[in-house]
Design a protein around this ligand. Structure first.
Ligand code: ASP
Ligand code: MG
Length: 428
């Protein structure tokens, strides 16, 4: 008998039928003799709809009230799920984040879990109940207020529960069969990975893969939680995300096989590019620019500085950042134009980022050559390049992303024979 934590995303509990289907899965796990703790997201697009409502009554909502509002989405799904389980003849109890002992800092909208005290969950488990916990929410002890963990936060709830309860596995259910070598909506011939290392998963998530949230993967890595990402629409085994020293629960199959050099190709259309034109090429200018940008609250990703033209002594500096942060960053820079001494600002929101991720890059050569050759054959122009130890990213035209991803996927030999199944369509 094991203790299994399961997380169901919004698309898995989108309506009454889906809730009953999920309830049945949970009951099946219980019937198999396991203790089950479930973290559940709000139904379908509930969180987005609540955000729209908030926007309609107040363009800038008070963060405390926004968290009060958003946390209600998960209350609905948790209670309905518990009811559906009751009607199948099983005992289930739902708990809000605060009842479950999810203690966070006071940062509304992006709270971090600081402690988990699942006393009531343990009691319920000891009494033989299935435990359902509202995802995405917590409680701050100082302010005594409800907090939320940021979009997609239910993954983190599940992993934190698994760590606190010392669960055997944390199963994260979505509408795809696991972690794929690319987003199956972008590259139909994407292949499901049996396992992926948590460091590769972190890079994939940070660069656009949406199946798992980065904070949840980080939390799992830190606390040694085994994640099994799988679909709630099939009974297929999904992908195990393995932290350092963890072994795949799949048989010894992996041992003999050679690790592929590239684990996957991630794409991201959420960024914009800003170019600061005609920056004086003297010490301190990059510091000025990025201090201004940082103060505006923007999170800069890639940075490229051109060689300066000898005749002018000026250079261009381009950087990427989330589209949502671009307007504020540009306004901040514009305000300091004369002080910094640059000539002009360009804003481009038609870019896409493609990243190739693989731990095998550390020891294999020629990985970047394969990428550039594939892009060249596909007739795709590269605008920026950046690398980490296990990743190469390029910025392209947004309109080139799908064809580029397919070409690169093929070039690394990642294509599956058939097309991947997408059960619902949101990737969550
Ligand atoms: N309902 C929240 C959201 O949509 C949390 C989650 O789905 O994980 O972001
Ligand atoms: Mg959701």
């Amino acid at each position: 008998m094991a203790l299994i934590v399961q997380k169901y995303g919004g698309s898995s509990v989108a309506d009454a039928e889906s809730i009953k289907r999920v309830a049945k899965r949970i009951v099946d796990t219980r019937r198999a003799g396991h203790d089950v703790v479930v973290a559940v997201s709000a139904m379908g697009d509930t969180t987005d709809e609540l955000l729209d409502l908030a926007n309609a009554v107040a363009p800038i909502a008070a963060p405390r009230e926004l968290d009060m509002l958003l946390s209600s989405g998960e209350r609905i799904s948790m209670a309905l799920l518990a009811m559906a389980i009751h009607s199948m003849g099983f005992e289930a109890r739902s708990f809000t984040g605060s009842q479950a002992g999810m203690i966070t800092d006071a940062h509304h909208g992006a709270a971090r879990i600081v402690d988990v005290t699942p006393v009531r969950l343990r009691e319920a488990l000891d009494e033989g109940a299935i435990v359902i916990v509202a995802g995405f929410q917590g409680f701050n002890r100082d302010t005594r207020d409800i907090t939320t963990l940021g979009r997609g936060g239910s993954d983190t709830t599940a992993v934190a529960l698994a760590a606190a309860l010392d669960a055997d596995v944390c199963e994260i259910y979505s509408d795809v069969d696991g972690i794929f070598t690319a987003d199956p909506r972008v590259v139909p011939h994407a292949r499901k990975l049996d396992t992926v290392s948590s460091e590769e998963m972190l890079e994939l998530a940070a660069n656009g893969a949406k199946v798992l949230y980065i904070r949840a993967v980080e939390y799992a890595r830190r606390h040694g939680v085994l994640i099994h990402a799988r679909s709630s629409f099939s009974s297929n085994e999904g992908t195990y995300v393995l932290g350092e020293g963890m072994k795949s629960p799949r048989a010894a199959e992996g041992d003999a096989m050679e690790e592929p050099v590239v684990a996957g190709v991630a794409t991201d259309l959420s960024q914009a590019k800003v170019t600061v034109v005609g920056v004086p090429d003297v010490p301190g200018k990059a510091a000025d620019i990025f201090t201004i940008v940082a103060k505006s609250g923007a999170n800069v990703d890639m940075i490229v500085q051109n060689v300066s033209a000898a005749s002018t002594g000026r250079t261009d500096i381009s950087f990427t950042l989330p589209k949502a942060d671009a307007a504020t960053a540009i306004r901040a820079l514009q305000g300091e134009k004369d002080a910094v001494g640059f000539e002009n600002l360009l804003h481009d929101d038609q870019i896409g980022k493609l990243s190739v991720v693989g731990a095998g890059m550390r020891v294999h050569s020629g990985v970047s050559a394969t990428l550039f050759e594939a892009l060249s054959k596909a007739g795709v122009n590269i605008e920026m390049i950046s690398t980490s130890e296990i990743r190469i990213s390029v910025v392209l035209r947004a309109s080139d992303i799908a064809s580029a991803a397919a070409a690169v996927h093929t070039a690394y030999g990642l294509d599956a024979d058939g097309e991947a199944t997408v059960y619902a369509g949101t990737g969550r």
